[in-house]
Write a protein that binds this ligand. Structure first.
Ligand SMILES: [Zn+2]
Length: 75
């Protein structure tokens, strides 16, 4: 069984697929391209362009990117 969210190629760099991640210890989830670190907030459509980036997103939430652990969300 596949879902519509699989195999979405990053619309910004076209080099990788958008993957769902969770910030370890917070429960925050988002979509991100591992190649260029473009980020889609929950509810955003990863098929569309985005202006968000991982480092900006984390800093806006008061998190230090160097201290943050991301884990992939399966399924
Ligand atoms: Zn990308």
């Amino acid at each position: 069984m596949t879902t519509a969210s699989e195999d979405i190629v990053c619309s910004l760099c076209g080099q990788d697929h958008v993957v769902r991640y969770r910030i370890k210890g917070t429960g925050d989830e988002f979509w991100m391209c591992p190649e260029c670190e473009s980020l889609w907030r929950p509810g955003a459509d990863p098929r569309r362009s985005t202006e968000a980036y991982l480092s900006v997103y984390l800093e806006a939430r008061g998190l230090d990117p160097a201290d943050v652990e991301l884990e992939r969300v399966e399924g």
